[in-house]
Design a protein around this ligand. Structure first.
Ligand SMILES: *[C@@H]1O[C@H](CO)[C@@H](O)[C@H](O)[C@H]1NC(C)=O
Ligand SMILES: *[C@@H]1O[C@H](CO)[C@@H](O)[C@H](O)[C@H]1NC(C)=O
Ligand SMILES: *[C@@H]1O[C@H](CO)[C@@H](O)[C@H](O)[C@H]1NC(C)=O
Length: 451
């Protein structure tokens, strides 16, 4: 049987975009298929749009032009103590201004009274995904966190570039005594890159997981113990004549997502230990959750020989999407609205006095928030409606994955946020065999379109 291994970041919101693809006429993008000029940006989910489609995750290789995506904000060394939501914007509130915020979220992160934040996944939602606004082009990245548990529930801490280079830590909810590691190059399927490492009860023990990513090697650590090392030299692919090694600027992403959804690939479901149980004993507070306490980033200098003419962003200068096509520049782009792109960052009509601007704008139906189309997102509303740039408080389904205004559970005793202490039932997680992020995405999206 062919087993697909979904990648956390991509699959996290996949079902939302896949389902909606049946209803909406959203252009798709991928190898050999670039986005059209009116919806120039290719999202990580393989669909074309504007606004947030042009920000984090926008794939320059399949977008309308190399300028369609907004330049990647440069690496920033930092130690993020995540004790509240102050530094997190929802995806429909962020237009690219990194001065304002270091994290962008979809789904529902909530503050945890004892410190840290919870990534939650309520019934029939697609979980929560947090991503940094800044990219890393080599660096040492750590996340201190606990994982969720239960069949079909996956917690992940990964680095992912816009051309889908990927370095992973993943935790399947049926095996709380192992961390899995993996890597991908430009989303290409490889069944041999995964590995797993012992840990003790990742649900109740908060470990620090570290990815030390250098131009020549990647080292994974759990607390201070090295658990895996990958040399670039071992990744040579003589077919494609290049190293299948993560080599492009990547965002830090932390997510909780339902791998065990019937709409996901069979191999993904099997890997995750089966279909998710929305009434399981692990969700006594009404949701699955993982707790994130701290993320630290130490940026390394751009690699020797890099094309450096500035200090603010990374851009792709060529469609090969390899390390030598990255330039470090001073280009910075903040979109004027969710109807702009990197090719057209400012909507001139926005300069008109308020009250007249929205009325004079054409009605457009382009999607603007990837991954949540068709779920009540603002992207489906005509721009002429009142307050078109409203940041989404009237958007209870969509990005909020169940509503941002649901009462945040308060601590009433040690039992709050209890997920159950029992070892998960079942035979443990299937060993991960690999699979392309991109194959999974395209498989599901295209599959739905064909139905
Ligand atoms: C080498 O690259 C080709 C083209 O991208 C890909 O199809 C193939 O799976 C790669 N080989 C390995 C061993 O990953
Ligand atoms: C890109 O990677 C190659 C190995 O494939 C290496 O020789 C070269 O120095 C790298 N260049 C940059 C700018 O990182
Ligand atoms: C270096 O980067 C600039 C963009 O900043 C680009 O125009 C130029 O082609 C790049 N040079 C090389 C040799 O790739």
């Amino acid at each position: 049987m062919v087993r697909y291994l979904a990648s956390a970041a991509i699959a996290a919101l996949l079902s939302a975009s896949a389902v909606s693809a049946q209803n909406a006429d959203i252009p798709t993008c991928g190898p050999g298929k670039k986005c059209p000029s009116d919806t120039p940006c290719c999202s990580a989910y393989g669909q074309c749009g504007l606004g947030a489609y042009c920000l984090g995750g926008c794939d320059p290789l399949f977008s309308h032009s190399l300028d369609s995506c907004v330049p990647n904000p440069i690496c920033k060394s930092a130690d993020y103590q995540l004790n509240n939501l102050d530094d997190i914007a929802m995806i429909d509130e962020y237009l690219g201004d990194t001065d304002g915020v270091n994290w962008v979220a979809s789904g529902r992160p909530i503050e945890y009274p004892d410190g840290g934040i919870l990534l939650t996944m309520a019934p029939d939602t697609v979980g929560t995904l947090l991503a940094t606004t800044h990219y890393v082009w080599y660096g040492k990245i750590s996340a201190k966190m606990t994982t969720s548990q239960g069949k079909g529930v996956v917690t992940a801490f990964i680095m992912m570039s816009d051309v889908k280079d990927e370095i992973d830590y993943e935790f399947v909810g049926v095996d709380i005594n192992h961390a899995q590691t993996n890597f991908y190059s430009q989303g290409v399927t490889n069944y041999n890159n995964g590995d797993e490492h012992e840990a003790q009860n990742t649900v109740s023990n908060s470990y620090t997981y570290t990815i030390d990513w250098k131009p020549d090697s990647i080292t994974w650590y759990i607390d201070d113990t090295e658990v895996r090392r990958l040399e670039r030299s071992s990744t040579w692919n003589s077919t494609s004549n290049r190293f299948d090694y993560p080599q492009t600027p990547s965002r830090i992403m932390i997510s909780l997502w339902p791998a065990g959804l019937p709409s996901n690939g069979e191999g993904t479901i099997e890997w995750a230990g089966g279909l998710i149980d929305w009434n399981s004993r692990y969700m006594q507070n009404g949701f699955y959750y993982a707790r994130l306490e701290e993320v630290s980033v130490e940026c390394y200098d751009p690699p020797r020989g890099a094309n450096v003419s500035g200090s603010k962003s990374y851009i792709y200068t060529d469609y090969r999407g390899t390390n030598d096509t990255i330039a470090v520049t001073n280009k910075q782009v903040v979109l004027g609205s969710f109807y702009n792109s990197g090719e057209d960052p400012e909507d001139e009509e926005d300069d008109q006095p308020s009250g007249t601007s929205s009325a004079t704008r054409p009605t457009r139906t382009a999607q603007t928030i990837p991954g949540v189309v068709g779920a009540g997102s603002r992207g489906e509303e005509p721009i002429e409606s009142s307050a078109p740039q409203d940041s989404g408080s009237s958007n209870p389904s969509g990005t909020r994955a169940g509503g941002n205004d649901v009462d945040t559970p308060r601590q009433t005793g040690s039992g709050v946020f209890f997920q159950g202490d029992d070892e998960p039932a079942g035979e443990g997680a299937a060993v991960r065999v690999g699979g392309s992020v991109f194959a999974v995405v395209m498989g599901v999206v295209v599959g739905c379109l064909v139905l």
